[in-house]
Design a protein around this ligand. Structure first.
Ligand SMILES: *[C@@H]1O[C@H](CO)[C@@H](O)[C@H](O)[C@H]1NC(C)=O
Ligand SMILES: *[C@@H]1O[C@H](CO)[C@@H](O)[C@H](O)[C@H]1NC(C)=O
Ligand SMILES: *[C@@H]1O[C@H](CO)[C@@H](O)[C@H](O)[C@H]1NC(C)=O
Ligand SMILES: *[C@@H]1O[C@H](CO)[C@@H](O)[C@H](O)[C@H]1NC(C)=O
Ligand SMILES: *[C@@H]1O[C@H](CO)[C@@H](O)[C@H](O)[C@H]1NC(C)=O
Ligand SMILES: *[C@@H]1O[C@H](CO)[C@@H](O)[C@H](O)[C@H]1NC(C)=O
Ligand SMILES: *[C@@H]1O[C@H](CO)[C@@H](O)[C@H](O)[C@H]1NC(C)=O
Length: 520
């Protein structure tokens, strides 16, 4: 590892001599402009598919790989990522008094979906008590089955969740329940067979109130100021919108009074039936902005109600990701640009959806004996390991820092595929990140191009740490500040920290398919 990192450091030092495609002069303000958004320390959070939650978190003791992978983030921002458990599986879950943890039924794997979701999930009280294995200080959202349209089962689930968070071991773990989410992507219920006949936003609202109402009454949630509240909307697309919910008076209903957050989901494509998605279509500044700008009206309508707005489930490509995109090194840059641009639009958190064996996972939490790409046997099994997207999270949380009150603006970078963001603490410029999304692929030839970044009129010196990717289409071998997180079975960083001195008046070069964090 040390040898590889020394090599990477040497490569980084040769950067000023690589060929340039252009230079951009970026104005980086000294102090936070009006309109800067406050960064949540949990901007980068995770959503977990509920079926394999026990594997992900651990059943008899914590899954130490998961713990360590989450602690790396907590060490940067001071707070572990928030965890939402649910998604499709929440609408297939039945609580049973006779089940200890869970009993699931899974369809057979195939090459498009090597790790399919359970078709049915029966859980007992022990299932929710596994929350104690998350890092201390983790805040959670748990899903409740609305798909089955069965108030008894929904109430059973809610009571079991509340019992778990009153359990001594869970209390002692310092893991906190923030919210319940009643129903996942209900705007898709006609498509997935969870409703038939008339299913409009109007029927949604009355139906939701008929299930969420008994839930809040059963567990004693009365408003949106208590320790436990409800997550609203959680729609897949914009089939139903937050504005429609507000206009239909949802916030005045008994359960609606408990809604403290509006969540929507977003993926930039879908691999449910396979398909070919070019990685370069993701490494595009305009595609990232095109995908997120559709939410601006929903965000302002939500803020107008005094509620925060989150992407409660998101990732690159729906149905667990696509090979050659979601599992690549290049997607780490997409994660950074997508999440930071989202934050500048007023999206408070982005919960990246994760499972076991999904292509878009930030990390694989357990050993896998099938390929995540096509389901072919992997022998010996691959140990738990970090995937490239993870480095995007590390860069984001390094940029956010640990004050809990940093602010962000997007910088105007006059290059169609290079973006930049500046971060302020106590109103003063502290850090910036620049992302060169232009694709450098294993098939690329010639000299790897760079863009030269000048820092407006800034003078003095700064320090830079790079997110180094060999090729956008690699599926491993990424480093941040010279360190690798990819040791099989252990997500702790390995290697010397490599930083560069930057003379601000001279600017810096940023290669295609690379990001740099500048500490001022
Ligand atoms: C996790 O670490 C703890 C403490 O080091 C240890 O007792 C436990 O056996 C480990 N669990 C696993 C699954 O490795
Ligand atoms: C609703 O859920 C309860 C509890 O799981 C179950 O006993 C009952 O059969 C369900 N009702 C229907 C109509 O499925
Ligand atoms: C930006 O990236 C996209 C996707 O790879 C590409 O189509 C476009 O040509 C790039 N723009 C420039 C100016 O290189
Ligand atoms: C969303 O992103 C995908 C993949 O990057 C892209 O193909 C699509 O055009 C984008 N959509 C919009 C509206 O920009
Ligand atoms: C993978 O492991 C599971 C048990 O965890 C086993 O049922 C399955 O047969 C194994 N598959 C292969 C391809 O070895
Ligand atoms: C960049 O812009 C600043 C003013 O914002 C100017 O002083 C400086 O000369 C410019 N640098 C280059 C290399 O164009
Ligand atoms: C990782 O990158 C280093 C540095 O470029 C290179 O020497 C090595 O072959 C790469 N390893 C893999 C597995 O791609």
């Amino acid at each position: 590892m040390t040898r590889i990192n020394a090599l990477l450091a040497a490569i980084a030092l040769t950067l000023p001599f690589s060929s340039l495609v252009g230079a951009v002069n970026v104005t980086v303000p000294f102090s936070a402009p009006s309109g800067a958004q406050t960064l949540s320390p949990t901007l980068l959070s995770f959503s977990i598919e509920q079926d394999n939650w026990p594997d992900w978190v651990g059943t008899n003791s914590p899954n130490n790989f998961t713990t360590a992978a989450l602690q790396n983030f907590a060490a940067l921002t001071g707070t572990p990522p928030n965890i939402r458990v649910g998604a499709n599986s929440e609408d297939k879950t039945t609580w049973s008094p006779t089940v200890t943890i869970n009993v699931d039924q899974f369809p057979p794997p195939n090459s498009i979906t090597p790790f399919p979701e359970a078709s049915s999930i029966t859980v007992g009280d022990g299932f929710y008590q596994l929350s104690r294995f998350l890092p201390r200080g983790t805040h959670m959202t748990w899903g409740i089955n609305f798909g089955a349209n069965n108030a008894t089962n929904a109430v059973n689930m809610a009571k079991s969740i509340f019992r778990a968070f009153q359990n001594a071991a869970v209390i002692a773990s310092g893991v906190v329940l923030d919210r319940l989410e009643v129903g996942n992507e209900a705007d898709l219920y006609l498509n997935n067979g969870l409703r038939t006949g008339t299913w409009t936003v109007n029927t949604y609202v009355s139906d939701w109130e008929s299930i969420a109402g008994p839930v809040v009454q059963a567990v004693g949630i009365t408003d949106a100021t208590g320790p436990v509240t409800l997550q609203g909307a959680s729609f897949a697309n914009q089939g139903f919108t937050p504005s429609e919910l507000f206009n239909l008076g949802i916030l005045g209903s008994t359960p609606g009074k408990a809604i403290s957050v509006i969540s929507q989901h977003h993926y930039s494509a879908a691999f449910c039936n396979g398909g070919n998605f070019p990685l370069v279509s993701f490494l595009s500044k305009s595609a990232v902005r095109g995908n997120l700008s559709v939410f601006t009206d929903d965000i302002s309508a939500t803020h107008a109600q005094g509620l925060p707005y989150i992407l409660g489930e998101t990732n690159s490509i729906a149905c667990h990701g696509a090979p050659g995109v979601s599992n690549t090194a290049g997607i780490a840059l997409w994660v950074v640009d997508y999440t930071l641009h989202a934050s500048t639009l007023g999206i408070k958190q982005a919960f990246f959806h994760e499972g076991v064996g999904y292509k878009y996972d930030f990390f694989q939490p357990i050993s896998l004996n099938r390929s995540i790409v096509d389901g072919s046997p992997v022998d010996p099994p691959a140990l738990p390991h970090v995937q490239p997207a993870y480095y995007g999270g590390i860069l984001i949380d390094t940029l956010i820092g640990s004050t809990g009150s940093s602010q962000i603006v997007e910088l105007t970078v006059d290059d169609s595929n290079t973006s930049g963001f500046a971060v302020f603490e106590s109103g003063q410029l502290v850090r910036a990140v620049f992302i060169n999304l232009n694709s450098w692929l294993t098939t690329s030839t010639g000299t790897r191009p760079s863009v030269h970044i000048d820092f407006g009129g800034l003078t003095g010196s700064a320090t830079a740490r790079r997110l180094v990717i060999q090729h956008a289409d690699d599926t491993s071998n990424v480093t941040f500040a010279g360190q690798s997180f990819e040791t099989p079975g252990n997500p702790l960083p390995v290697g010397e920290v490599v930083t560069e001195d930057v003379v601000l008046s001279e600017g810096l070069d940023l290669r295609s398919t690379e990001a740099v964090l500048v500490d001022f």
